[in-house]
Design a binder for this molecule. Structure first.
Ligand SMILES: [Fe+2]
Ligand SMILES: [Fe+2]
Length: 442
């Protein structure tokens, strides 16, 4: 049958009896013969301390008070230091009440039993004490487990935090790397487009920086119309590459004016927007631009090429590029001291039939800004200056190139201190054989 003091712990509770009289120890042992305890005995306080040292699992200590040498109260006090959880009892005669009070007050003993004892009562007291000890021990064991589990949880938690932080950091770093790569890709993409557009300009030298002018003017018009940034970018790409299809057209044909082409030549010429679209079709990001390239020669009245689209079926970006293309060509043929007026008159003639009338409102300012070098001719005079002669506020009338032909700043830019500093630096590193061309007020 399971007894109370065996609850959970399993092993029998250890009891140490201490008395200088052997017959007392014998009778105590006998008393517990049928009970499930591990009983140890000692003849003196000193011997009992030795037993405790070797048996730290003892749960109950019962000591006589009157012994030669160390008294029971003193021994129990020492025993408490060694095994604070063990239940300690003083066994004493009625005459020793002072010693009992002392032992209990100083905390050495939990209770006392008077000699001679009643057997049944003593068995009950010991059983209660053993149960109490088992509970304390069990409680301590559970506390230990909880403590260890808490420690482990804390450790897991801090490890988890560490991992999460590490992962977050890694993700952030990856993101930064990706952003950087993305930036580089974008830069490379833009540079590739610029490289292509200068190839086109090389092919057709008669028109100088035609692609870049058309792009600049188209973007200015698109921005004035408040088109979305993405659309403006597509327009810029398409404008820079609008004549890329001309690369396959024979030189003789390019030298002529469009009006001078015969029927066969015209057949070849009208293919250039389609060839242009096909040329960049492999680059998925450029397909929207490809559509604008295809339609940059369509006309509002449906008499353009290659698809004879009319009115609003022509993509707006293509309409803008077509107009900018026309304007830039006009500038190369411009006569007189007021080229902007000359060009605007030509544009007005073509509005409605060839170009979208609605574009007109955005036009003049954009044209004046793009062709600053020409449009400001009346009020400004062009001068060639050395870097030291440059002043903030001056407007570049030609691209500034280094000695090896690198374009440092594009024409039309209004110089600030930073620009001037970088021109000076480049003119030292890679000297140009010309000065810098700027517009200066008359
Ligand atoms: Fe064209
Ligand atoms: Fe063109």
């Amino acid at each position: 049958m399971e007894t109370a003091h065996e609850i959970k712990s399993g092993a029998p509770v250890g009891i140490l009896f201490v008395d200088d009289e052997m017959n007392v120890l014998q009778s105590l042992k006998r008393l517990l013969l049928d009970e499930n305890y591990t009983v140890l005995t000692a003849n003196s306080g000193e011997e009992a301390l030795e037993v405790l040292r070797n048996n730290p699992d003892i749960g109950l200590i019962v000591s006589d008070q009157r012994m030669p040498g160390m008294k029971g109260a003193e021994f129990l006090e020492k025993a408490r230091e060694m095994l604070p959880d063990a239940v300690r009892m003083l066994l004493t005669g009625y005459a020793d009440l002072n010693a009992v009070a002392d032992a209990i007050n100083k905390g050495g003993a939990n209770r006392y039993i008077t000699k001679p004892w009643n057997d049944e009562e003593l068995i009950q007291v010991i059983s209660d004490a053993a149960r109490r000890y088992s509970l304390v021990k069990e409680n301590r064991r559970l506390q230990d487990i909880i403590g260890k589990q808490n420690e482990e949880l804390k450790r897991w938690n801090s490890q988890l935090e560490y991992f999460v932080q590490e992962q977050t950091l890694e993700i952030q770093n990856k993101n930064k790397e990706l952003e950087k790569l993305n930036e580089e890709l974008k830069k490379n993409y833009k540079n590739s487009i610029l490289a292509f557009s200068s190839l086109i300009e090389l092919r057709d030298r008669s028109t100088g920086s035609h692609s870049r002018n058309v792009a600049e003017l188209s973007v200015k018009i698109a921005r004035a119309m408040n088109l979305a940034a993405k659309e403006v970018e597509t327009i810029m790409t398409a404008a820079l590459l609008h004549d890329i299809g001309k690369i396959g057209i024979p030189d003789v044909l390019l030298m002529k004016d469009v009006d001078e082409l015969d029927a066969d030549e015209m057949k070849q010429y009208v293919q250039h927007p389609v060839r242009g679209q096909a040329a960049i079709d492999r680059v998925e990001d450029m397909r929207d631009a490809g559509i604008l390239i295809r339609h940059h020669h369509e006309r509002r009245n449906g008499k353009g090429f290659p698809d004879r689209l009319s009115g609003d079926r022509i993509p707006p970006g293509a309409g803008i590029i077509g107009l900018a293309d026309f304007i830039d060509r006009c500038f190369y043929k411009a006569e007189g001291s007021e080229p902007v007026e000359f060009v605007m008159k030509k544009v007005v003639k073509e509005l409605g039939e060839r170009f979208d009338l609605r574009l007109f409102n955005y036009l003049e300012k954009a044209v004046r800004e793009t062709y600053a070098g020409i449009s400001h001719e009346a009020a400004f005079v062009e001068m060639e200056l050395q870097p030291n002669g440059l002043r903030p506020g001056m407007v570049l009338s030609k691209d500034v190139k280094s000695g090896t032909g690198l374009i440092l700043l594009s024409k039309g830019i209004t110089l600030n201190g930073k620009h001037i500093e970088s021109i000076k630096r480049y003119y030292q590193l890679d000297p140009s054989n010309t000065g810098i061309f700027v517009l200066v007020k008359r």
